[in-house]
Design a protein around this ligand. Structure first.
Ligand SMILES: [Zn+2]
Length: 269
């Protein structure tokens, strides 16, 4: 009798292990070839070409989330940043990009909703400056100071003139990405419909006019109708209703002026 010849391939356990190992090494190789994922610190891009949407509905959703005084958008958003309260050295927020500006990522959605709501009312709110690095801040300060000196002011005059308009590095809300300058950074902005809209509606989106008229003795900054600061929905509404500044709202008084004085001494002998 002829021995039966088996033609079917016999798969041994060793073969299975080999195939598995080969597959695994291929997966590892492919994984290694895939470029690493973008780092978390890279800005999230928000495209602002969204068609007009019922922004009011979204805002109501946000409002429900933030009724709690210590709600998620409230505690960190009350961060006081002024001449006497600098940001920690090296602080850089996690940024999101809206249009051509960067913002603290936690603020971006509120800003977008506000801009869309204004657009629904036929108005264009255009952020001209939002997040600004401390290096850029230092450069702006230096340029303004030198310009005032060139125009004939004493070092002291030039310093105080500049500090009321351009905060020292680390002491600007722009360095934290929590503020937006809209449309035109000039006092004439307050004659526009966009200004009136912001004045009457910004708090519904968690923003306040940070440097109202005749408050520079409290805030240290001149009247800036274009500068809006995020403080969260809950506190924005209260600050708006009470008509006060952030300094007054959190009961702040300038006691520690050591950092400010140190900065001042770089300019005034
Ligand atoms: Zn500003």
């Amino acid at each position: 009798m002829k021995p039966q010849i088996k033609t079917e391939a016999k798969i041994s356990k060793t073969d299975v292990v080999c195939v598995l190992l080969a597959t695994l090494s291929t997966i590892l190789l492919v994984t290694a070839l895939i470029p690493p994922k973008a780092q978390e610190s890279e800005p999230t891009l928000y495209i602002l070409h969204t068609p007009l949407v019922p922004a009011v509905i979204r805002v109501k959703e946000l409002a429900r989330l933030t009724e709690d005084e210590n709600g998620i958008d409230n505690t960190w958003a009350l961060w006081l940043i002024n001449a006497y309260n600098p940001l920690p050295y090296g602080y850089i927020p996690q940024l999101s990009t809206i249009g051509k500006s960067d913002l603290d990522g936690r603020v971006a959605e509120y800003a977008i909703l506000m801009i869309m709501a204004a657009r629904n009312d036929g108005l264009i709110l255009s952020p001209v400056s939002a997040y600004r690095s401390v290096e850029r801040q230092a450069e702006n300060f230096e340029n303004s100071f030198n310009n005032e000196r060139y125009l004939g002011r004493s070092a002291e005059d030039a310093f105080y003139y500049t500090i009321a308009r351009i905060a020292a590095p680390y002491t600007s809300e722009h360095n934290a990405g929590l503020a937006i300058d809209f449309n035109i950074a000039e006092e004439t902005f307050d004659a526009t419909a966009e200004f009136r809209w912001l004045r009457d509606n910004a708090h519904k989106f968690g923003f306040i006019m940070r440097y109202p008229e005749a408050t520079s003795d409290i805030t240290g900054i001149i009247y800036e109708p274009w500068h809006y600061r995020f403080v969260g929905l809950y506190h924005a509404e209260r600050i708006y209703n009470w008509g006060i500044t952030l300094e007054e709202y959190i009961g702040y008084s300038a006691e520690d002026d050591s950092v400010f004085n140190e900065f001042k001494e770089q300019y005034i002998a």
